[in-house]
Design a protein around this ligand. Structure first.
Ligand SMILES: [Fe+2]
Length: 318
């Protein structure tokens, strides 16, 4: 090999090692708190849910994909910090524990009780212990996508409840004083008829908030009547190429909808990038881990003529 080719090969090797170090040790730990204003409800929606006054949004902290397992340090400190603020509601949308060792940190998942409570749903990593076999061959052959046995999640549910979360498994909870109804969909999802049933008794002017883990059947969620639906699972794609975006979403979502705010009809969806990943594949490139504060406004409450939509205002932590 000529010295020129040796130089090119050496540079490529060093560049690759540097990128791997950055993705695994730097960006995957750059936890960010982002703020997103969302305006929901069309002109005729008649929503009146917050009871906080016309210009006051419903403030929701959205956490997802923690993938907690021993040992954790900075991620748990970040969660303690962001949950120690005044929210109306905290939503935790699955892949909370990578394995049972992660339950050691359950008591750090909610520093302050929100006005309307904290709600959690479970994700596929809560239910399954994945071997690398499933993570590789499962992408090619669907029957190997998940291990044959599901994990007993009762200890995880108990740990979350002791931390102050209500774990919703295809069920809902109402707050009649604030006109808010929260539904949580258990992994892997719910039948469209079941989804419609979960909102069928809710008065039309209430906010219908739905939590799920895997973004699947978004049209069904929209037709169930949900105004706002929060989920995760994609991790935003984890590896993003500047100007191109994520390579995969690990879901039915197209790449440009791997994270952030998206719409199906009148239903707003927020897909979180999450705060973690399977520790064996926790690489992030131009896709830092994030928690999000959602300021939810009703369309009519905006007197400046703002249309339904949203804008992200990223904030760095640390
Ligand atoms: Fe996840």
């Amino acid at each position: 090999m000529s010295s020129m080719w040796k130089l090119i090969a050496g540079s490529a090797l060093l560049g690759g090692l540097g990128a791997y170090f950055y993705a695994s040790q730097v960006e995957s730990r750059r936890y960010a708190l982002e703020i997103l204003d969302i305006v929901i409800g069309g002109d005729d929606a008649g929503l009146n849910f917050s009871g906080l006054g016309k210009q006051e949004p419903l403030k929701v902290l959205h956490l997802s994909d923690l993938h907690l397992c021993y040992p954790e340090a900075d991620k748990v400190k970040f969660i303690e910090m962001v949950t120690d603020k005044d929210y109306d509601l905290v939503a935790l949308t699955g892949d909370i524990f990578e394995d049972y060792s992660g339950m050691l940190y359950a008591s750090s998942l909610l520093s302050r009780k929100p006005r309307l409570g904290a709600y959690a749903v479970l994700g596929n990593h809560d239910y399954y212990h994945y071997r690398l076999f499933h993570k590789t061959f499962g992408r090619i052959m669907k029957k190997y996508r998940h291990p044959p046995l599901r994990r007993d999640v009762k200890p995880m549910v108990k740990a979350l409840e002791q931390a102050g979360y209500v774990v919703l498994r295809n069920e809902g909870q109402s707050h009649s004083d604030s006109c808010v109804h929260v539904v949580g969909v258990d992994y892997p999802g719910a039948h469209p008829a079941q989804l419609r049933g979960l909102f069928s008794q809710v008065p039309p002017q209430w906010l219908r908030l739905l939590l799920f883990h895997m973004p699947i059947g978004l049209e069904s969620i929209a037709s169930s009547g949900a105004d706002l639906a929060l989920g995760g699972h994609t991790h935003g794609g984890q590896i993003c190429i500047p100007g191109v975006g994520p390579i995969i979403t690990d879901s039915e979502l197209p790449r440009h909808e791997a994270s952030g705010l998206l719409w199906r009809g009148q239903t707003a969806f927020h897909i979180s990038r999450g705060l973690g990943a399977d520790p064996r594949t926790n690489l992030r490139f131009f896709c830092p881990p994030a928690a999000t504060v959602l300021n939810v406004y009703v369309n009519q409450a905006k007197e400046d003529g703002t249309e339904a939509g949203g804008i992200a205002k990223p904030k760095r932590f640390g």
